[in-house]
Design a protein around this ligand. Structure first.
Ligand code: HEC
Length: 126
């Protein structure tokens, strides 16, 4: 009986996490895939692939700010050579699911980030 209950709880948790990855995937497809590609493969020199991105693989705590503030690169004369516009219109739960989706896809050994962790990281964005 006890192991059955544990099995059911495990199943519910598993289904729940699948749901968040699904929601994260939907958000990715609607807000990111236009530029980064459906499988985050990027586009030549214009849009970076995300599978090897340092923000997906190790600096995940900076990922909320990259998403919310956008990101640019300057050449030595101070001119922008590439730019990602901010994706600011995104709630905390959506942001958490999006980040966990990217982690799940490219860095599955990571434990999914909790909502309050993402909120704390988000508050640190300038
Ligand atoms: C309008 C096109 C566009 C959209 C939409 C977009 N990005 Fe970007 N993204 C870029 C460009 C261009 C860069 C490169 C910016 C730079 O560093 O110069 C970039 C950079 C990044 C980086 C940093 C990659 C690295 O390792 O330097 C991450 C992570 C990222 N984007 C994630 C996302 C996510 C997640 C979304 C959806 C919420 C998104 N982007 C939406 C164009 C876009």
């Amino acid at each position: 009986m006890k192991s059955f209950i544990i099995f059911v709880i495990g199943l519910i948790l598993l289904l729940n996490s699948c749901n968040s990855f699904k929601q994260g995937e939907r958000i990715y497809l609607s807000k990111c895939s236009n530029c980064h590609g459906v499988n985050a493969e990027g586009l030549a020199q214009m849009y970076p692939a995300l599978d090897k991105s340092i923000y997906v693989n190790s600096l995940v705590n900076h990922l909320p700010c990259v998403i919310l503030n956008g990101k640019y690169t300057l050449d030595k004369n101070g001119n922008k050579t590439s730019e990602m516009p901010p994706v600011a219109n995104i709630g905390d739960v959506e942001l958490t699911n999006l980040i966990n989706y990217l982690q799940y896809k490219f860095n599955p050994s990571q434990t999914p980030a909790q909502l309050d962790t993402i909120v704390a990281w988000r508050l640190k964005c300038k």
